[in-house]
Design a protein around this ligand. Sequence first.
Ligand SMILES: [Zn+2]
Length: 176
Amino acid sequence: MLEENEFLIGESCTELRTELYTLYCETLVYLKKLNSNIDITTVQIGEPTYCHSGKICIPVKPDDKGVLFHEMGHALLANSKFHSNYLSSNRNKNEQWGEAFAEAIRWLMEKKHFKCSKWMSDFEQDKLQVGSNKYKAAQIIEKSQRCLDGFKTLWENLVREFDKSENYLDRKLLGT
Ligand SMILES: [Zn+2]
């Protein structure tokens, strides 16, 4: 876990930086409960990205703070059994859930910390597009009882019952 002076180096708005640092710490503690191997060791200013090495970049915007949750959320699937590093085949269907999990984690974290946001109201519209990542994220959110505790239970069940099939997450989360 980063110290505050290592976090978003160069950001001039100290107040926003401190707020994001607090959210970073809380999110990392939560993610580590789901998978203790997860760490986010670099957080820099830039276009939103997640690197498997544990580095993320985020733009620092007061009206879009939740992008931090999304990029950190990518670490969950990327470090899990559902990622192809843990399977014989490359680029399997389970791995294609990365974006949906990142969006679901963002929604659950935003609900906890912000209650509502522009991103959350846009999400409500976008999730109706069947097959989209936001649609898939909405399935995760519903199966989590729309809360972080519920998501933890869902995740633990998914990991425990994993049968190594390629369409496991599709079957479990979309019922297909
Ligand atoms: Zn993403």
